[in-house]
Design a protein around this ligand. Structure first.
Ligand code: UDX
Length: 424
């Protein structure tokens, strides 16, 4: 099939490459000239496992091509997937300005029969609004909602092996066409209304965020009672009704989705006159979680002013260089506000994005050198394999706050560390 994708950001690029891998001919519209040039020369602007090699492979066969003008995409495709950013607006809800202006510009050029697929995370009712907007300029164009559930770091895998595909639309033919686009993927397809499809995305992310906050609450309770909750959460997760995913305690959830989508769902509920107590509580727990990392340092070092603190990890989670809403960055920022001397290291994120950057070390050991305490803030697998003997020798102090429960407490303690985990 000839498919268009508007926006070569994270979701758009992964979707385009994924669709090309399914055998479709994909044209991508990207208006940023620098990014466009990068893509046309086969370089991925995003750090994502497997993305660049597929980009090169499918560009070489002509299955994937990039254009600066969205109308060039329209000329080539009967299905156009919209994957534009929807940042958090002032009212807490996702701001659809990028989508609205792109569709306003494209609609007069749309042929009857064109199917517009909304992949971006959008407020409930956006499909209906976009249908009306396009209807002012073109006839016979339908809009189908098809939210994405891609995890950064595993996005290509998630695209090709999703747990489910959600298609929300009112026109059977258009829904069937979108289902056909995914025909080679082995996953259940949920066909539903556009509004339900829009809500499924928010409800899924809010539930996962709530699970993380729940795990953090149990860990915080463990800390208050002097209990190690590692076995507790593992056993809880072994219940097949519960499952073990998203029960790892840590410094809180971050990234481009959970913080934004929980806030948006609360705002959606407020507008509908419903108080979404549970999700609000999950957000509150999350907002406090970085403070707990600071308190653990305070307990062992007292006042943190002029203390030298090493932070391993800047990205919001492992396997990505994304620092958006990163709990690691929140910890670093608080430490700097308290006057601590912070040196951070991350295998892929090159900086925090803060107005004043901490010192950034080239290696994990470099960051730890002469530090009074070490905080493990992102769950990069390499941190679990660190040579603790060498780290101990390099550091001035002996405190480790393992905010991701990466290390074996027994091993860390036997190496001479004062080890503190989350609920351990
Ligand atoms: C998420 C959703 O999983 C995905 O379906 C959606 O499309 C976008 O948002 P992503 O933001 O890439 O994906 O990250 P995810 O792997 O879900 O983790 C979110 C945050 O929760 C990270 O900060 C992570 O470190 C944290 N987390 C996750 C925990 O603290 N503990 C856990 O057990 C799991």
């Amino acid at each position: 099939m000839d498919v268009g994708v508007i926006g070569a950001g994270y979701v758009g690029l992964v979707t385009a490459v994924g669709l090309a891998s399914l055998g479709h001919r994909v044209s991508v519209g990207e208006r940023d000239p620098e990014r466009l040039e990068q893509l046309q020369s086969g370089r991925s602007p995003i750090f994502e496992d497997g993305l660049e090699s597929l980009l090169v492979e499918h560009s070489a066969t002509g299955a994937l091509s990039f254009y600066g003008d969205n109308n060039d995409v329209l000329k080539r495709a009967g299905i156009v997937v919209i994957a534009l950013p929807t940042p958090q607006g002032t009212d807490g809800q996702a701001d659809t300005t990028f989508i609205t202006s792109a569709l306003e510009a494209m609609a007069p050029h749309m042929e009857p029969g064109t199917v517009v697929v909304l992949k971006s995370t959008v407020p409930i009712g956006t499909n209906a609004r976009m249908t009306a907007l396009i209807g002012d300029h073109a006839s016979g164009v339908t809009v189908v909602s098809n939210p994405e559930f891609l995890r950064e770091g595993r996005a290509i895998h998630d695209f090709l092996h999703p747990d489910r595909i959600v298609i929300g639309g009112s026109h059977t033919d258009s829904v069937e066409l979108v289902a056909k686009m995914y025909a080679d993927i082995d996953a259940p397809i949920v066909v539903t209304s556009p509004e339900a499809a829009e809500l499924i995305k928010y409800a899924s992310n809010a539930y996962l965020a709530t699970r993380v906050s729940f795990a953090n609450e149990i860990a915080n309770l463990g800390d208050a009672m002097g209990l190690d909750v590692h076995d507790v959460l593992e056993a809880v997760g072994l219940d097949s009704r519960i499952g073990s995913h998203f029960l790892r305690p840590g410094p809180g959830y971050g990234g481009s989705c959970f913080p934004k989508d929980t806030a948006a769902l609360v705002s959606i509920a407020d507008n509908a006159g419903y108080d979404l107590t549970l999700v609000k509580a999950a957000m509150e727990v999350n907002a406090r979680q970085p403070d707990r990392v600071i308190s653990k340092l305070n307990e062992h070092l007292g006042d943190l002013a002029d203390k030298k603190i090493a932070v391993w990890g800047i990205a919001f989670k492992a396997d990505t260089d994304d620092v958006r809403e990163s709990p690691a960055v929140r910890v670093i920022s608080q430490l700097m506000t308290l006057g601590a001397d912070v040196t951070a290291f991350d295998p892929h994120a090159s900086g925090t994005g803060l107005d004043i950057e901490p010192e950034i070390a080239e290696t994990a050991l470099g960051a730890a050198t002469n530090a009074d305490a070490l905080v493990i803030a992102t769950e990069w697998a390499d941190f679990a394999d660190a040579d603790l003997e060498m780290v101990r020798v390099a550091m001035a102090g002996n405190v480790i706050v393992d905010a991701r429960n990466m290390l074996d407490p027994k091993v860390a303690r036997s190496t001479g560390f004062h080890y503190v985990g989350m609920g351990r």
